[in-house]
Design a binder for this molecule. Structure first.
Ligand code: CA2
Length: 148
């Protein structure tokens, strides 16, 4: 059966493509979703791609993921650097997690160097723009198929 991967995007990522292309690139979130669905097909993974500006909604989606998805790829946006609620939900869900960022957060302001998500992630991919999501799908495909 084709495994499903939940791809979560946090606050302001719905604005991609409209501003700050020098930091985040010119692709829209819809463009990234399209690439993920196509890469997922090649890897025999179903992709459920979502975005929310709300911390609580992201927590709800993480809580619902067990039993419905084989893994989570998450770009929590600014909540990466602030949200213990998202950390707790990810820790409790029991699924493999990959953290993604469009920008190289370590080349940016000091406050972006701290991530609450990294301690519960299998790995972190940052600095490759939208392509980072496809790299994360490749990584999670390997984890999902070798752990079953
Ligand atoms: O590099 C990333 O992917 C980030 O997760 C993006 C977050 C930022 O707070 C993180 O430190 C790193 C911000 C996303 C905001 O995206 C916008 C895109 C276009 C216009 C305005 C915001």
């Amino acid at each position: 059966m084709t495994a499903s991967v939940l791809i979560l995007n946090g606050p302001n990522l719905n604005m991609l493509g409209s501003r700050e292309p020098e930091i985040y690139g010119s692709e829209t979130l819809a463009d990234i979703e399209e690439s993920c669905v196509a890469r997922g097909e090649g890897l025999d993974l179903k992709v459920d791609f979502r975005q929310s500006n709300g911390e609580g909604e992201l927590v709800d989606w993480i809580q619902e993921a067990s039993g419905n998805h084989a893994g989570i790829i998450i770009n929590a946006g600014a909540y990466t650097h602030t949200s213990i609620a998202i950390l707790d939900a990810l820790r409790a869900c029991g699924l493999p997690i990959i953290e993604v960022h469009l920008s190289n957060i370590f080349q940016r302001e000091e406050f972006r160097h701290q991530s609450y998500i990294s301690p519960v992630a299998e790995g972190v991919i940052c600095g490759f723009g939208g392509h980072g999501y496809c790299l994360a799908l490749e990584a999670i495909a390997k984890i999902v198929t070798t752990r079953v």
